[in-house]
Design a protein around this ligand. Structure first.
Ligand code: F6P
Length: 317
């Protein structure tokens, strides 16, 4: 089944409006164009080169960040989209007056990995325009991400469907084709994704969790440096992803962004039976106070997330 058929069925079942489906189709078109750019990297320039600019979050922008954002913003110039929030921009990008949706985007997650031919991706979150710019993730109508790797993939959840569905882009005709059943993230895992190089900077709950985990001597470590790549793996075979806050400058509230990264992943993970938390509360229940706010992010296997929350309530954050 192709993405367009999946969306048509969701519209027929009352799980999505036709206008929401249209926005998702436009995102898929943009992903196809970005995929082509990624495939052509090195042939027609170096997309991994730094532009010399710093984005709204203080990260050095790569050429790919800028080009991918242009592609997605162009694709979303349509009557349905009232506002685009981009991780790359300080301010909202105004779209069509009377549009139904706000689309929050990380045009390229993990952009430094373009230079080493590793998986990178585009993350999106679709919210009702009527809710204003700073909405809880619980309000999302749909969310997902495209991953550009050995295969180009999409995982999508429609809030009303309560399932996360995986698609692979067919190299011949560019259609996103559904693969497998709905994603199920099991409560237990032996696979953890964390940048353990920062261990000395972590706060007490994370140190305690890691000590207990390593003490159990049965975990495997997996970390790509692209959240989308780690997340795709977790949606396919389980696991847990941890980006705790630490005492380095700029990281005391975590590294990942609530609106552009944590919320869409959290909607997907809850639809898959897993959990996403900042250590204290569900990511989806956090009221954003700033478009670019960062958040500690723990998601995946629910037993591990419970254990992390337990450490926070015992040791404090
Ligand atoms: O968006 C931030 C990001 O690139 C994620 O994709 C990734 O998981 C993380 O940062 C990597 O951070 P670090 O380089 O600190 O391990």
């Amino acid at each position: 089944m192709e993405l367009s058929d999946y969306l048509a069925a969701a519209v027929a079942d009352g799980k999505a409006d036709a206008s929401l489906a249209a926005v998702i189709e436009r995102l898929a078109l943009a992903a196809g164009r970005i995929d082509r750019m990624v495939q052509m990297n090195g042939f027609d320039g170096d997309l991994g080169r730094e532009t010399g600019d710093v984005n709204a979050d203080g990260d050095c922008q790569k050429a790919l960040d800028v080009r991918a954002e242009e592609v997605v913003v162009d694709a979303l110039s349509c009557p349905q989209v009232a506002v685009i929030l981009s991780e790359e921009k300080d301010d909202p990008i105004m779209g069509s007056e009377g549009g139904d949706f706000i689309v929050a985007l990380d045009p390229i997650d993990g952009s430094s990995n373009i230079s080493v031919n590793m998986t990178i991706g585009t993350i999106f979150s679709i919210l009702p325009a009527s809710g204003g710019l700073l909405q809880k993730g619980r309000n999302q109508l749909a969310a997902g991400f495209f991953a550009y790797g050995p295969q180009t993939t999409l995982i999508l959840t429609l809030a009303e469907s309560r399932e996360a569905i995986s698609f692979i882009r067919h190299p011949d005709d560019g259609a996103f084709v559904r693969v497998g059943g709905a994603s199920i993230v099991a409560p237990k895992t032996k696979e953890i994704a964390i940048n353990a190089a920062y261990a000395q900077h972590w706060f007490a709950p994370m140190k305690k969790w890691m000590n207990d985990t390593l003490g159990a001597k049965k975990y495997r470590l997996r970390w790509t440096g692209s959240m989308v790549a780690d997340a795709w793996r977790i949606f396919q075979r389980g696991g847990v992803f941890l980006y705790p806050p630490d005492c380095r400058d700029g990281n005391t509230q975590g590294r990942l962004r609530l609106i552009y990264e944590a919320n869409p992943i959290a909607l997907l993970i809850e639809a898959s039976g897993g959990k996403a938390s900042d250590g204290m509360v569900a990511i989806l229940d956090i009221q954003p106070t700033d478009l670019h706010e960062r958040v500690p992010l723990y998601f995946g296997a629910s037993d591990e997330i419970d254990r992390i929350e337990h450490e926070h309530s015992n040791t404090g954050s």
